[in-house]
Design a protein around this ligand. Structure first.
Ligand SMILES: NC(=O)C1=CN([C@@H]2O[C@H](COP(=O)(O)OP(=O)(O)OC[C@H]3O[C@@H](n4cnc5c(N)ncnc54)[C@H](O)[C@@H]3O)[C@@H](O)[C@H]2O)C=CC1
Ligand SMILES: O=C1[C@@H](O)[C@H](O)[C@@H](O)[C@H](O)[C@H]1O
Length: 340
């Protein structure tokens, strides 16, 4: 089977979809793009054409296509649920960009559908799990080199937001990454969330609570704080410092080349997650394709359950933001099907 190419159907040919198409064409072995769907047919055909695939405006056509072996979903989170349910029904392996779905109820429906199908099929695109620095941090925590973890201090900054970006989206579209990262690094569930905000930055759009300080309580007793600042102006920055009983470790400390020129010195910072996490996305896709060839999902990747748990934490986060009080996470008991 490994010699055969995995024939991938891509749904959504926007910023991430186009980048993933390029990745499959140029950097992933054992997979090729067969069909690309986007309601913007020109966009679908343009991305498909660059990969020798065909384009369509109809997403469900990709899932119904008998020549498609596996699906990548890179459409907006609000339309993920029906696509996931259809792919699960057909028994297709899926790599779904985050979030699994934007709310816990719909995510739970996806969990239940996969459980009923009796096969792990969906991998959620929380790419930090495949970043070399984050992987090293996880290893240090797992082997106990830092001692038992007490706290994670996280920073998540975007240079600017697209029009229509809301304070709630800062939780379920942005901090969703930290919910998954914290669960993965600490191996524990998020139990409660609190959100506070200083005065908003004058560089942020009117009405947006930006930045925000989000804290999570976890089932292991560790605390997590996240500064989410999505109009910081200067670039894309993701940092995480783990504090253990015997040591600390920091990821994302801008350790790139130190350049001296034009009467100054310093490094550069991109404003694009596709640059910062390019290698992580490549690794995520290669491991997804390899696992799909073997009829399984990658154990390091976020599962449907992980996508649901992150969505449930986001829901508590949005509630904490609107009430200004601590909100508990309402999470169903983990079924045996998703046992660790
Ligand atoms: N892992 C990460 O760091 C990032 C993940 N994302 C995620 O990737 C996904 C896509 O985001 P972007 O590419 O930034 O958005 P985008 O707006 O650039 O592209 C989305 C594309 O999906 C298409 N689309 C809309 N409805 C569709 C449908 N029903 N079926 C098929 N295509 C449809 C749109 O026409 C558009 O071309 C989202 O889930 C987002 O949260 C986005 C940015 C970074
Ligand atoms: O996933 C992402 C975007 O959707 C989100 O809007 C950004 O805030 C994140 O930094 C990025 O990684």
């Amino acid at each position: 089977m490994q010699e055969q190419q995995l024939r991938v159907g891509l749904i959504g040919a926007g910023r991430m979809g186009a980048d993933h198409a390029l990745r499959i064409r140029e950097r992933i072995s054992g997979a090729r793009l067969a069909v690309v769907a986007d309601p913007d047919l020109d966009r679908a055909q343009q991305v498909a054409g660059s990969c020798g695939a065909r384009g369509t405006a109809e997403a469900h056509e990709v899932i119904d296509d008998s020549t498609v072996d596996a699906v990548v979903i890179a459409s907006p989170g609000s339309v993920h649920e029906p696509l996931l349910l259809a792919a699960i029904e057909r028994g297709l392996p899926v790599l779904c960009e985050k979030p699994l779905t934007p709310d816990a109820k719909s995510s739970l429906r996806v969990v239940e559908a996969e459980e009923a199908r009796g096969k792990h099929l969906v991998q959620v695109g929380f790419m930090r799990r495949f970043d070399a620095e984050f992987a090293e941090l996880k290893r240090l925590l797992d082997v106990g080199d830092l001692g038992a973890p007490l706290m994670l201090h996280c920073v998540h900054r975007n240079a600017s937001t697209p029009p229509g970006f809301t304070s709630e989206m800062m939780i379920y579209d942005s901090v969703v990454h930290e919910f998954d990262t914290a669960r993965w690094l600490l191996g524990s569930e998020i139990e409660a969330v609190t959100v506070r905000a200083p005065r908003s930055s004058s560089g942020s759009p009117e009405g947006l609570l930006d930045p925000q300080l989000v804290t999570f309580e976890t089932s292991s007793g560790a605390l997590v704080d996240v500064e989410i600042f999505v109009n910081c102006g200067f670039g894309y920055q993701v940092r995480c410092e783990a504090v253990g009983e015997r040591g600390t470790a920091l990821v994302g400390a801008d350790g790139g080349p130190l350049v001296h020129r034009s009467g100054g010195w310093g490094g550069t910072i991109s404003d694009d997650f596709r640059d910062r996490f390019g290698d992580a996305f490549d690794r995520e896709f290669q491991r997804w394709a390899d696992a799909a060839h073997q009829g399984r999902t990658d154990p390091n990747a976020a599962s449907t359950w992980d996508g649901y748990a992150a969505a449930a934490a986001c829901e508590a986060g949005v509630q904490a933001q609107s009430t200004g009080t601590r909100a508990e996470v309402d999470l169903r008991e983990r079924p045996d099907f998703y046992a660790l």
